[in-house]
Design a protein. Structure first.
Length: 597
């Protein structure tokens, strides 16, 4: 196999180069993926070097030399489509079926039933966009992540034990509140979580343990903080708490069956939508929709979404909101509803005589849809389109060359797309110009980036990445932690080149959460004996992280012990919640924790 170039061609995907003209066939555009032949976790190949660099020519099998910024790119190498090499990003694993498994057909990959033994649970919140909760998946989920082209098994997990717990628990009762001072009402015991708090450390505002989940586990998707109320879904319930005290903001909402999906976004009028199963069986359809008003806790309209066609499925749904439009993504189609009254607005269906099928949607500032086209044919390719959220009319279309797969949308405004080519072992990050399919820039930084992209919805969830944040000037991506602290790299959206980088203040990973007031806000993960922290990083001037909240060391075990977690920082408070209940823990599992000053 021809050695992949260190950089892909500039200026988009370009036209394919004829291997019969001009020498050796080019291996692909984009930064190279890992080289085959080295076994790694779960049977995937190991990284040949600390930053995913391939062996250098003339040194077969030798890893690239380590360095904080990876190897320098080599100028002047031709790209696979007859263009000069440019920067498309880090590789994915050779031989890997993709981050969501093998495609069974034209649309989404087939999903194992939620809660099946050994099934990685879906991610909860969606993360990298303004106003959304970031999601961090732990190894207890056993999810494989494609981030900077590498497959990672994450660490973490919930031991499920609480030394202070002595009472028999009522599995039907909602989890109560512990204000953090030892005066909780039972489930969390009487432990003072702020005991021993040092000067300068934030305090635990309140802490919750989860409702009892079945042994196969249960979803706990979403975390919404709006108008002084924090809302969390868990198993069959939605629970709401005042952000300052943790006291219930409205009575818990009990749903007939298990919650199986939720919108990470909130509508313009303060509503969310959750989906719950049609029955108690593990493989029951996830087709019941329920609107919830976050401010009042009142239920809105409820309806069933229906399958369309032989291969369409509601075993799992992908829910998203753009403005006041709900998009319900199924395996090969989607239906848009009005949040206000539940009326159907339009169907997103296959096109081109049935060869292109919807395979993922986004919410937030823009409604994007991925098409999977011509599977197992010479014209197989992906497309991404922007839909008018009220009419479904396509605003623009961007086609990817054969062999390139749209994996994730890092941001909708600006539109930042992450694509991979498994055959070429390369990746590409492209930013589009506003309101069009034209390329604004492509990332030219050869780095081992590690945003965390979990299993969301049907496995085709385009927004299932946290740790990738964009504003009008920069794309912010975390590097993979190898030894010591990692870094956040700011990449210019105008040029695709590195603008600056900031190093984590601890020997743990630092993950971008959002931009706020012109600064980047990031979460520094805790160690086993040190609490995490929230930091702000100036986007101009000094890029040294400034601590906004230093979490107490005394709760580092709790902070570290979430089964999987979503994080958010709103109005000076930091929120941490699980996105999946294991169901196997002894006693109550952790659900939600809030820090503040």
């Amino acid at each position: 196999m021809t050695q992949p170039p260190n950089q892909p061609p500039h200026g988009g995907f370009g036209a394919p180069q004829d291997p019969q003209q001009g020498g050796n066939p080019q291996p692909g555009y984009g930064y190279p993926q890992q080289q085959p032949g080295q076994a790694g976790p779960y049977g995937y190949p190991q990284q040949p070097g600390p930053y995913g660099q391939p062996p250098q020519p003339g040194q077969p099998g030798q890893p690239a030399q380590p360095g904080p910024y990876g190897q320098p790119t080599q100028p002047g190498q031709p790209g696979p489509y007859g263009q000069q090499p440019g920067p498309y990003g880090q590789p994915t694993q050779p031989g890997q079926p993709g981050p969501y498994g093998q495609q069974p057909g034209y649309g989404y990959p087939q999903q194992m039933p939620t809660g099946a033994p050994g099934t990685p649970p879906p991610g909860g919140g969606k993360g990298p966009f303004k106003g959304k909760t970031a999601v961090i998946i732990g190894a207890a989920v056993a999810a494989l992540l494609v981030a900077g082209g590498a497959v990672f098994a994450l660490s973490g997990g919930d031991d499920g034990k609480k030394k202070s717990e002595s009472k028999k628990k009522d599995p039907k009762a909602s989890a109560p509140v512990n204000p953090g001072d030892g005066s909780g009402d039972g489930h969390e015991g009487k432990e003072d979580l702020n005991e021993g708090r040092q000067a300068g450390e934030a305090k635990v505002l309140w802490y919750k343990e989860a409702p009892k989940a079945p042994g196969r586990g249960a979803e706990a998707p979403g975390m919404w903080v709006e108008d002084g109320i924090a809302v969390k879904a868990a198993y069959r319930e939605l629970l709401a708490y005042h952000v300052d005290s943790g006291k219930p903001a409205w009575p818990a909402i009990k749903l007939p069956q298990e919650i199986c999906a939720a919108t990470p976004q909130v509508s313009d009028d303060g509503k969310i939508v959750v989906a719950y199963k049609a029955g108690m069986k593990r493989n029951a359809k996830c087709d019941q929709l329920q609107v919830i008003d976050l401010k009042t806790g009142k239920k809105g309209w409820q309806k069933q979404t229906t399958e369309k066609g032989l291969f369409d499925s509601t075993i799992g749904l992908e829910l998203s909101i753009t403005g006041n439009t709900l998009m319900v993504g199924r395996s090969q189609s989607g239906t848009a509803y009005s949040i206000s009254d539940g009326d159907k607005l339009f169907d997103a269906e296959k096109k081109d005589e049935g060869t292109c099928f919807p395979a993922g949607f986004t919410g937030g500032d823009r409604m994007l849809m991925k098409f999977s086209c011509g599977a197992s044919t010479p014209t197989e390719h992906d497309e991404v389109v922007e839909l008018n959220p009220r009419t479904g009319k396509i605003q623009w279309t961007k086609k990817f060359p054969k062999g390139w797969r749209l994996e994730h949308v890092y941001s909708t405004s600006p539109t930042v797309l992450y694509a991979t080519n498994e055959d070429k072992k390369q990746w590409n990050i492209t930013t589009l110009k506003s309101g069009s399919a034209k390329t604004r820039s492509e990332v030219q930084v050869n780095e081992d980036f590690a945003p965390e992209c979990g299993w969301g919805g049907l496995g085709g969830d385009l927004q299932a990445c946290s740790g990738a944040v964009a504003d009008d000037k920069y794309l912010y991506l975390p590097t993979k932690k190898t030894s010591g602290a990692n870094q956040i790299v700011a990449i210019s959206l105008a040029s695709g080149k590195e603008a600056w980088r900031a190093k984590s203040p601890l020997d743990t990973s630092m993950v971008p959460m959002k931009t706020q007031g012109g600064d980047l806000v990031a979460y520094v993960e805790p160690s086993y004996d040190s609490g995490g922290r929230v930091v702000s990083i100036g986007t101009s001037g000094s890029h040294t992280p400034k601590t906004l909240l230093q979490h107490p060391a005394g709760t580092s075990k709790i902070e570290n012990g979430f089964y999987s977690k979503a994080v958010d920082y709103v109005d000076g408070r930091f929120y941490l919640s699980t996105t999946r209940l294991s169901g196997t823990a002894q006693g109550r599992e952790k659900l939600m924790l809030a820090y503040g000053k």
